[in-house]
Design a protein around this ligand. Structure first.
Ligand code: NAP
Length: 291
């Protein structure tokens, strides 16, 4: 059984991006630039934005973080996006979600130029992904494909069962995996809350992807022996034995499922660290670079 080390793979990718950024700087005289807009003071968003800025710094990517209060108007936010759309030093724009209720999130996403859409949430990026044209893929599903690739787990011809159909994980990963291309070409089933007997489907999975948001929802009895299990979930549960009184767990009952899986991602340290690496990769790509 292999425990897929997302932290190590993420580091490898970031090292490759750093090398490509240095090459870009010496050959073309510029570096990729990322603009991050953070609205309000949501602690989780603040932590994500901080780690994105830190990653940019470590990789030699130029970055700007605009922090604005939760009271910012939609018009002000849209004009901020427009300013970055026209800024030649900025190749990627990211508006940290969620946004306050009075702002139309979709409108803001669509205001970002598709050429700078490093989060891969713009309908143009999603449409291209759907029809198999190279584009910006959103970081978490892109990270899952990269994990499979780097662990030499080829999904071609395999039955992949995805539990969850969100726009940021379930739907895009399912779409990416059905493409007729390398590191895809799978037979994909998507399960969700209207699925009556989830186990019926999960037990058929050669590769099981859990993106549910419910702690330890996938138990050993739901998994086929020898399956590859990718756990996207990040759930905080109470744990009196830790200093903080809480700890992070995935959507999979890791301790028991690892007994029968052929490979499994842990939480933390599996899919999570990949997200930032893929954002850095997208920013490099937006500036015209490749690893
Ligand atoms: P989401 O938007 O809440 O979507 C959850 C999906 O799971 C929905 O499609 C929902 O079905 C389905 N679902 C919920 N309960 C279910 C059940 N009992 N049986 C079957 N399906 C069920 O969540 P998300 O944004 O996709 O995130 C999922 C998890 O991944 C969360 O824990 C989140 O924190 C984590 N996450 C991690 C990363 C990372 O970097 N590793 C990135 C993004 C998200 P319906 O559509 O029918 O409601």
């Amino acid at each position: 059984m292999t425990i897929i080390d997302g932290k190590k793979i993420s580091q490898e990718i970031q090292t490759e991006v750093k090398t490509a950024v240095m090459k870009m700087k010496s050959e073309k005289g510029f570096v990729p630039g990322l603009a991050v807009i953070l609205v309000g003071e949501n602690p989780a968003s603040q932590a994500y934005v901080k780690s994105k800025g830190k990653a940019c710094e470590e990789l030699g990517i130029y970055s700007i973080t605009e922090r604005v209060p939760a009271t910012v108007s939609e018009t002000e936010l849209l004009s901020m996006v427009e300013r970055f759309n026209n800024d030649t030093k900025i190749h990627g724009i990211l508006v940290q979600l969620p946004l306050p209720k009075h702002i139309d999130e979709q409108k803001v996403i669509e205001a970002i130029s598709p050429t700078k859409d490093v989060d891969g949430f713009h309908p143009v990026s999603i449409g291209k992904m759907m029809i198999g044209i190279d584009t910006f893929y959103s970081a978490t599903p892109f990270g899952i494909i990269e994990l499979l690739k780097r662990c030499k787990i080829d999904p071609s011809g395999k039955h992949v069962v995805v539990v969850g159909r969100s726009n940021i994980v379930g739907k895009p990963i399912a779409n990416m995996l059905i493409q007729k291309k390398e590191w895809a070409n799978a037979i994909v089933t998507i399960a969700h809350t209207a699925t009556k007997d989830i186990s019926y489907y999960t037990k058929q999975a050669d590769i099981l992807i859990a993106a549910i948001g419910r702690p330890k929802a996938i138990t050993k009895e739901m998994v086929k022996p020898g399956a590859v299990v990718i756990d996207v979930g990040i759930n905080r549960i109470e744990d009196a034995t830790t200093k903080t009184g809480t700890r992070l767990v995935g959507d999979v009952d890791f301790e028991n499922v690892k007994e029968i899986a052929s490979a499994i991602t842990p939480v933390p340290g599996g899919v999570g660290p990949m997200t930032i690496a893929m954002l850095m990769m997208n920013t490099l790509k937006a500036a015209g670079g490749r690893v």
